[in-house]
Design a protein around this ligand. Structure first.
Ligand code: SAH
Length: 395
């Protein structure tokens, strides 16, 4: 038997693991036998000594991130298999190869059986973002697998874990190139062109998770006046214009985001006078705007990063959506999103419902949106379903 560290859970605290939830919270632990070094592989047992799972240990509220419900050897084959399965799914989804789209999420943490690891793919470039020390300790093996699985289809690997890894002693080299040295490049999404800078951009460079929802905006934009709030790279704006909008206005508080939006508009629709971009606060813009839009997109940053600020976040969604309901033209469509993991679909819909009632508008839900299938969600880990959207018709 291995000399591996054993973690024994308190009585009754084994239930969530028996339902294959992939996290062990520190409060569930009765005793740790053996060294409890950050990032090591540990075995978890119930208080009657029955084996439950193996996973990465970390000092913090989530103490173990489960990698397997069978006893596991963390060897190269393990990484090859998980990374390879993730690649196969993207092939099955038609994302690889695709003449229209070469940007997708290759590895989606728990959704691909690799909690703590995100890998996004930008036309030959893999951007790795680690959220746990366990993944950090195995970076070498993970990179081997990425190269082996993708072969010539990956020429650059960039580690972007500056802001995602927790602050712990001994964790250095959080970011940097692991293969090649290309800092930015042009990608294709549903046939539209975007410049992505994975070194300097937000997250891994681009909000890949809105791909299908952007397409839907395109389909509804014909002859409409479109307002894209919190636009960042202007993704929704590009699809709006491509879909035949009369006018598209993009708003973001960041000047850099507005520059990027203008660049993308120019790349896809040179000299098109239908688009304008404004560097302004969203709430202020909505308060002061004189125009009447008949398609509004609200895609704000996560209002709640943690459970304890949940109420403020729900208030934020209510305020924002209420403003949009008050101002949107009759017969207009509101596309509204929440990417806060701490906000459930139910709570988000409630906030939007209160906003509609306060604004005294008659509102029908046409679509309930989520993240695309290259961001799969383990049915045992519903926290993984972080992107929620509603498309509503406002009478
Ligand atoms: N819709 C985008 C992603 C939005 S990310 C896409 O499809 O890619 C959130 C954006 O909101 C960021 O670009 C950030 O600069 C912007 N932002 C944050 N707070 C804001 C505010 N108060 N007003 C306007 N923009 C804001």
């Amino acid at each position: 038997m291995s000399e591996r560290t054993r973690i024994v859970l308190k009585s009754g605290k084994d239930q969530s693991l028996r339902r294959y939830h992939p996290w062990v919270f520190s409060g569930a632990i009765k005793k740790i036998y053996g060294p409890a070094r950050e990032g090591i592989l540990v075995d978890i047992y119930d208080n009657k000594d029955e084996f439950l799972a193996s996973g990465h240990y970390q000092d913090g509220s989530i103490a173990v991130r489960v990698l397997s419900f069978h006893k596991l050897d963390l060897n190269q084959e393990f990484w090859d298999e998980r990374v390879g399965n993730a690649w196969k799914l993207r092939q099955n989804l038609g994302l690889l190869p695709s003449a229209q789209t070469n940007v997708f999420r290759w590895i989606n943490a728990e959704g691909d059986g690799l909690p703590g690891l995100i890998v996004d793919y930008y036309g030959g470039v893999a951007v790795v973002q680690m959220h746990s020390i366990g993944m950090y300790q195995n970076l070498g093996a993970i990179v081997q697998s990425l190269k082996k699985v993708a072969g010539e289809q990956v020429h650059t690997i960039y580690n972007k874990s500056d802001s995602s890894l927790p602050d712990k002693p001994g964790i250095s080299n959080r970011s940097g190139f692991l293969l090649g040295n290309l800092e930015k490049g042009e990608v294709l999404e549903n046939g539209y062109r975007f410049n992505v800078n994975w070194v300097q951009g937000q997250k891994t460079g681009f909000f890949i998770d809105q791909r299908e929802n952007r397409k839907l905006v395109g389909e509804w934009s014909r002859d409409r006046k479109v307002l894209n709030m919190f636009g960042y790279t202007g993704g929704f704006s590009v699809y709006g214009l491509g879909g035949g909008a009369k006018v598209v206005h993009s708003v973001d508080s960041s000047g850099k985001a507005i520059d990027l939006t203008r660049e993308h508009m120019e790349m896809n629709f040179p000299n098109d006078p239908r688009h304008e971009a404004f560097a302004e606060d969203a709430f202020r813009y909505l308060n002061e705007m004189q125009e009447s839009y008949d398609l509004i997109i609200l895609d704000p940053p996560a209002f709640a990063k943690h459970q304890n600020v949940l109420n403020n976040a729900l208030q934020g969604y209510k305020r924002l959506n209420q403003k949009a309901f008050e101002k949107i033209a009759s017969g207009g469509l509101l596309f509204t999103f929440s990417c806060s993991q701490a906000v459930s679909r139910e709570n988000f819909r409630k906030s939007v419902f209160v906003a509609a009632a306060n604004a005294r508008r008659k509102v029908r839900i046409l679509y309930q949106l989520s993240q695309p299938p290259d961001h799969p969600v383990s049915i045992f880990h519903l926290e993984g379903e972080y992107l929620k959207g509603l498309v509503m018709e406002v009478e």
